[in-house]
Design a protein around this ligand. Structure first.
Ligand code: AMP
Length: 249
């Protein structure tokens, strides 16, 4: 079984992002970039399927600029066998990524595509669902467990009331939730090995897709800062302030 994992290069989750002064977006100059955490979980899930002899080949795919090759090398170091960069300078929105991934899927013919449930930069949470719709494949979103048997996947999903277990026929789309697994540390020998693994580059043009944005960002704003708190000398003062100043009791 061939598995594709979609990996996105995003601002590292430890970085405190700053909004640009013209409010057109977030400043990513000289900022540490990493693989989207949910995509690391996707690559780890695929790698575990390969280690269990369920998957035969893992292809990591990223859409973006040349720098996304770094992210693909990380996926190769975790366990992907080869990588494909869909090279484009366009500002990519979920529908464009879904169309680009669809073109790669049609070429590669995988039985399973694993994506993150959301990219932590724009928090869209749309690409997997759109890809499933474009391909007309079944989808299981927010997976916290994946079991594959023959042509069927059994996926456990975390929902409000508990756990939902669904069964879907392959080929299918799965998106990962945080509790699916804990991705392994990338070791130096594996980083060295990853440098020798194949990484193909294809342009959006060559795939026949126009990735131009459909939505326009009007402005990006910092969240409103929290007011500082105050210390009160005793419970009586606290109750007085809650009653007469905050008027919440
Ligand atoms: P989103 O819909 O943007 O929140 O992203 C959901 C998932 O789609 C991510 O976790 C990735 O697996 C995948 N994805 C989004 N953008 C890209 C991209 N530019 N390249 C590869 N995969 C992507």
């Amino acid at each position: 079984m061939k598995v594709i994992t979609a990996v996105k290069r995003v601002v590292d989750y430890n970085v405190k992002v700053r909004v640009k002064s013209d409010r057109s977006g977030v400043d990513i100059d000289n900022v540490k970039m990493s693989m989207n955490p949910f995509d690391e979980i996707a690559v780890e899930a695929a790698t575990r399927l390969k280690e269990a002899n369920v998957a035969a080949e893992i292809v990591a795919v990223s859409c973006g600029t040349t720098q996304s090759q770094e992210t693909l090398r990380t996926a190769l170091a975790i366990g992907a066998d080869r990588a494909v960069l869909v090279d484009t300078d366009a500002e990519l929105q979920p529908l464009a990524v879904a169309k680009l991934l669809k073109a790669v899927v049609e070429k590669e013919q995988p039985q399973l595509v694993i994506l993150g449930k959301q990219a932590i930069d724009h928090d869209a949470g749309q690409t997997g669902q759109m890809l499933a719709a474009l391909l007309e494949w079944p989808q299981a979103t927010f997976a916290s467990d994946i079991q594959i048997e023959g042509d069927w996947a059994t996926v456990t999903r975390e929902v409000d009331g508990g756990l939902e277990v669904i069964s879907l026929k392959l080929p299918a789309i799965i998106t990962t939730d945080l509790r699916l697994n804990e991705p392994r540390y990338v070791t130096l020998p594996n980083i060295m090995k990853a440098k020798k693994k194949p990484l193909d580059v294809v342009t959006a043009d060559a795939l026949g897709i126009d990735p131009s944005p459909r939505l326009k960002t009007l402005r990006v704003e910092e969240p409103v800062g929290r007011k500082s708190g105050m210390m009160v000398p005793d419970v009586a003062t606290l109750i007085d302030k809650l009653q007469n100043e905050a008027k919440v009791i």
